[in-house]
Design a protein around this ligand. Structure first.
Ligand code: ADP
Length: 430
């Protein structure tokens, strides 16, 4: 049954439904009609008996009995006077005589006398009616069959056509055609399905673009330092006497850059794949930030950078210390990279309710409003930041974003061009 097309199945269901209706109609209207009619007559007699019983001592009993005769065609007469009328069928004397339903009932009058009454209802023969109904049923059956076919075609069009279209689209999507657009119409569910698929297509094509971008970026980023390292090493090999500390420093710097790039890429791909696990524990955030600040100051202090830490007391959070340190480190390094000549960076820790907010403030050149939404994307790098000295991987902030999201925290940036930027994130206090 699973490989039957939807439209045929709908057609079969409709046809089955029609058949059931027609069979019921045939049964009720032809086979059981006389029986049903007799049953109704019997019920009418019972009602008439009850009516007479209620009014047996009333003066208008005669009138009630007369009414029963005219309205319900129920004859009521004293039992001793009643003779089963042997009436021939009036229309056709050869046909069977008319059937009837009779019931005799004893009533006690108020003066103690007994009155026995016979109730007699004629069953009008149904033959003519049945043949009329049968004729009508032929017509109804034909019309219903026709309607079933028309309905099946319409429903098939409205349900199975869009589904077939969506399935075709999905097939082309499966072979990598990310320009596929799903247009579902007809039913809410189908429209929702195609909307969902369109979102999936968007995600897939974005992932595909990112994959391409990643390949391009990674190969470029890896190739440049590798080429530099190779050429310097080659030079050192050829002219060992002329090796200068600057050259070895350059090789060391480039290797470090390579290592950090590879680490970032690994982090991003782990975060993307959702396999990065948090090892959360309650720790002293203030102390941890302070330690990171000392370490970074040691590295950058010689270049004239100063980092001020303003905090409102020690705060504890339930988080993955290594990951949060990485977030903070990325923000701090960015602040250093982009602080320009100001070289003063302020780190603030504020508490609001049960949240602690960490802000990293620099007085650098800031970010334009139109770039702000993009800086959190993977591989986004401000176009003007391609100077070798501060070339980043473009992954730092996307790692920040993912890690804070993973912690259920919030993050953001307030930035004004040529005034500086404030990058912040917020975590729940433990
Ligand atoms: P990168 O490795 O390029 O720093 P990030 O993801 O850390 O990558 O940052 C993305 C971009 O955001 C940067 O290229 C830069 O243009 C901008 N940016 C980040 N931090 C700052 C900052 N403190 N001041 C100005 N611009 C910033």
């Amino acid at each position: 049954m699973d490989n039957v097309r939807l439209k045929w199945r709908i057609f079969m269901f409709l046809l089955g439904f029609c058949a059931l209706l027609i069979v019921m109609l045939w049964l009720m209207q032809t086979v059981l009609l006389t029986e049903t009619y007799k049953l109704i007559r019997r019920m009418e007699i019972r009602e008439a008996v009850a009516l007479v019983e209620k009014n047996i001592n009333q003066s208008d009993l005669q009138a009630i009995i007369a009414d029963l005769g005219t309205e319900k065609e129920i004859l009521v007469m004293p039992a001793q006077e009643f003779l089963v009328p042997d009436r021939p069928n009036p229309g056709n004397p050869n046909r069977r005589p008319m059937e009837s339903v009779t019931e005799t009932k004893d009533f006690t009058l108020s003066d103690g006398r007994n009155l026995s009454l016979t109730f007699h209802a004629i069953i009008t023969p149904m033959d003519a009616t049945i043949s009329t109904l049968r004729f009508q049923l032929y017509i109804i059956s034909g019309v219903m069959l026709f309607c079933a076919v028309v309905l099946a075609v319409i429903i098939a069009r409205r349900i199975s056509k869009p589904i077939e279209k969506i399935s075709e689209g999905a097939k082309s999507l499966a072979v990598g055609r990310y320009d596929t657009h799903f247009t579902g119409h007809g039913f809410l569910e189908i429209r929702e399905l195609s909307d969902t698929l369109n979102i999936a297509v968007g995600e897939l094509s974005q992932t595909d673009n990112l994959r391409r971008e990643l390949m391009a970026n990674v190969s470029h980023d890896l190739r440049t330092p590798l080429a530099l390292i190779y050429s310097y090493a080659e030079m050192m090999h050829d002219f060992p006497a002329e090796v200068t500390p600057e050259q070895t420093q350059l090789i060391m710097d480039e290797s470090k850059r390579l290592a950090s790039l590879v680490n970032d890429i690994l982090d991003v791909s782990q975060l993307e794949a959702g396999v990065m696990e948090l090892h959360a524990s309650v720790y002293n955030l203030t102390e941890s930030l302070s330690e990171t600040i000392s370490r970074v100051t040691e590295l950058a202090g010689s270049d004239g950078y100063a980092i001020h830490f303003e905090h409102d007391g020690e705060r504890y959070v339930n988080a993955d210390e290594i990951k949060i340190t990485q977030v903070f480190y990325n923000l701090l390094l960015n602040a250093i990279h982009y602080s320009g000549d100001g070289k003063i960076i302020t780190v603030r820790q504020d508490t609001a309710g049960n949240k602690v907010r960490i802000s990293v403030i620099d007085c650098g050149k800031g970010i334009t409003q139109k770039n702000i939404p993009h800086i959190w994307e993977r591989y986004y790098r401000g176009s003007e930041t391609h100077k070798r000295a501060i070339a980043g991987t473009g992954l730092g902030l996307s790692i920040v974003k993912k890690i804070i999201e993973l912690h259920g925290g919030t993050y953001g940036v307030i930035s004004e061009q040529s005034k500086g930027s404030t990058f912040w994130f917020e975590l729940d206090i433990a």
